[in-house]
Design a protein around this ligand. Sequence first.
Ligand code: HEC
Length: 129
Amino acid sequence: MNLVNNSFTRNITRSYRITEFFRFFMFIIMLTTFCGCEDKVGCDNDITADEFWDTWIHGFFLSYCTGCHSSGTTNRFGAPEGVDFDSQDDVYFWLERIDIRVVQEESMPPGGGVLEEDIERFQLWLECH
Ligand code: HEC
């Protein structure tokens, strides 16, 4: 009698645990679904892609690109006319090519030299805006 009771209690406890685990699991799924973009730079902490342009992306282009790709540069080092990254609009216009050359092929700037962490950050911005 005692034994039966014990296994009954154990079964109840176990199925309760499974339910609890399932709930917790669903909670995690929900978290990752709703917050999917939140651990990405540029989307996180209410920073919009536009604000991220001001705080970081613009600087990225100034450091790595506008020496050649700017309407104001004195020597383009062969950079095609019109491929300039002076403004956010310019960058949006060339975004697909920039993604390919900087992130996928890593063939711009021609000599390389973009820090790996900068490429990663830049890629996150591309993905979330
Ligand atoms: C030292 C000068 C120089 C720098 C710095 C430079 N580029 Fe270029 N860029 C070139 C030259 C030269 C070409 C034309 C030859 C070629 O396409 O490889 C070019 C072409 C391009 C093109 C047009 C060709 C295409 O594939 O559509 C894009 C887009 C581009 N660069 C993006 C960038 C970005 C983004 C940066 C900064 C991360 C950058 N470049 C930095 C010299 C430069």
